[in-house]
Design a protein around this ligand. Structure first.
Ligand code: 2M8
Length: 472
């Protein structure tokens, strides 16, 4: 057995057969922080980021509304210490669900109308017949994590009548979301649904989208004037560029023109992508709903059909042999976006890869972790690509929820050592650099920093810490 030091945390080596989870996260600059202290801090953050007692904002200053997949992870975090708030989190999120089943990426519960772009006045959901009347929302969605979050809450509280009752009742809302995706976002009935906006991928300015968005030319008058706030509140060098934002607005306007109707958008949008992460989340959530359906005696035939087709298509269409991984598919230009990027690795959590492909995915993560130039795993983008940027938002940093998804996937395939490496790298970063939005993956650099990147006291960072610590 060998012992390795990752950053300032000392952990036992990651080989599958002899990994032991750490009990204390140590830091050279700070006194050691115990898991109990980290967990208390995480609980405090989730409580503090809860507004009006019923929903949680990702970060009060930077993102002052309720976000779709953030709230999924937040509900999981709350389930560890206040399951009523976990249920309320999901209920307030689904208050924004449209009549056609679409679940928007932002729910604007808050009366606060300034300080985030694009706020409700840009999306104009009140002009869309299927949008809810009681609350303004955006017009695009985000990765569908809610099925497996519901399953997680159920698993943690399976003996509680209240939780069982909630899960049984809530179940149909998630099924409606999936039905929407298959009906409106899969015109060729392939089982792979498309997104029409980078924000819907959850990985806004990932290099994945760079070439594709270069094909979009914006003429004067195509987009309305707008004012960004994000680059005033976070270091602009860590945020997307102005050109990125012009594209975001352009695609938002396109969606608006079609009342966000996926079928119409599919005919016109230059950005139409069958994304890896998005479809992996859908598959894993289908699976969770099938399992929960069996618990409650609900007919799941429709879900089983969807899922069998989605898994098959994912495996057949999105795998790129030359890359040794999966890649999103650009529908308009009929090609893979063949870059190595973290979304592909979440296919493990969805149980998609054959064991041979799964081993390839795992080996790459191990290679990254063992390199002499020293990365914590897993950077959100290929560190060997010239465009990799370890500080810039989705172009390289480590993201909390992505490490959680990766951990689950590796664990599912029995790669316990690699899974624990992904987990302990993340906990080490939080211990050392705080509950930030994202982190520098370079060990030598991160070890000299005093904080992470983006927003601080970040909700999903707290949620992932709670789940990791409670389940280790
Ligand atoms: C980031 O995205 C928002 C737009 O949705 C933004 O930059 O303004 C992404 O990291 C996204 O995945 C996340 O859900 C959101 C809130 O944390 O921030």
């Amino acid at each position: 057995m060998s012992t390795k030091a990752y950053g300032f945390g000392v952990f036992i080596s990651s080989r599958d057969d002899y990994f032991h989870p750490p009990t204390v996260f140590t830091s050279r600059l700070m006194p050691p922080i115990s898991p109990q202290q980290l967990s208390q801090e995480a609980q405090k953050i989730l409580r503090k980021n809860t507004w009006e007692g019923r929903y949680t904002v990702p970060s009060p200053n930077l993102y002052p509304y309720q976000w779709n997949w953030d709230s999924g992870f937040v509900a999981m975090g709350f389930a560890h210490f206040d399951v009523k708030r976990a249920m309320l989190e999901l209920e307030s999120l689904f208050q924004g669900q449209w009549d056609n089943g679409m679940l928007p990426h932002i729910i604007f519960h808050s009366k606060k109308r300034e300080g985030y772009f694009p706020g409700p006045s840009y999306w104009e959901s009140d002009r869309v017949a299927t949008a809810p009347k009681a609350v303004d929302t955006s017009g695009i969605t985000q990765p569908p994590v809610h099925g497996f979050i519901l399953e997680r809450i159920f698993d943690l509280h399976r003996n509680s009548d209240e939780v069982r009752g909630f899960v049984e009742k809530f179940y149909s809302k998630v099924v409606r979301l999936h039905r929407y995706l298959y009906e409106y976002r899969d015109p060729q009935r392939e089982g792979l649904v498309f997104i029409f906006h980078p924000w819907a991928s959850g990985r806004d300015n990932s290099p994945l989208w760079d070439d594709l968005v270069k094909t979009i030319s914006i003429k004067p008058g195509d987009i309305p004037p707008y004012k960004r706030y994000d680059n005033l509140k976070a270091d602009p060098s860590e945020r997307p560029s102005d050109r990125d934002y012009d594209i975001y607005v352009y695609l938002m306007e396109l969606g608006k023109r079609h009342h966000y109707n996926g079928k119409e958008i599919a005919k016109e949008s230059p950005f139409l992508v069958q994304d890896t992460l998005f479809n992996a989340m859908l598959i894993r959530s289908n699976e969770a709903l099938i399992r929960l359906g069996a618990e409650f005696g609900i007919d799941t035939l429709e879900l089983q059909d969807w899922n069998a087709q989605s898994k098959r298509s994912f495996e057949e269409k999105l795998w790129v042999e030359a890359l040794g991984t999966y890649a999103p598919y650009d529908i308009q230009n009929k090609r893979h976006i063949a870059l190595k990027e973290i979304g592909a690795y979440t296919a493990l959590y969805a149980g998609v890869p054959s064991s041979e492909r799964a081993t390839k995915l795992k080996d790459y993560i191990e290679l990254l972790a063992d390199r002499p130039d020293g990365f914590r795993v897993m950077p959100s983008f290929d560190p060997d690509h010239w465009i990799f940027n370890p500080r810039k938002y989705w172009k390289g940093p480590i993201w909390p929820q992505m490490n959680w998804l990766l951990y689950q996937g590796l664990d599912r395939y029995g790669f316990k050592g690699t899974a624990n490496r992904v987990k302990s790298d993340f906990l080490d970063l939080v211990d050392k650099l705080g509950f930030h939005e994202y982190f520098d993956p370079r060990k030598s650099v991160a070890d000299q920093l005093e904080h992470g990147y983006g927003g601080d006291h970040f909700s999903w960072t707290a949620a992932v810490v709670l789940d990791f610590i409670t389940n280790s």
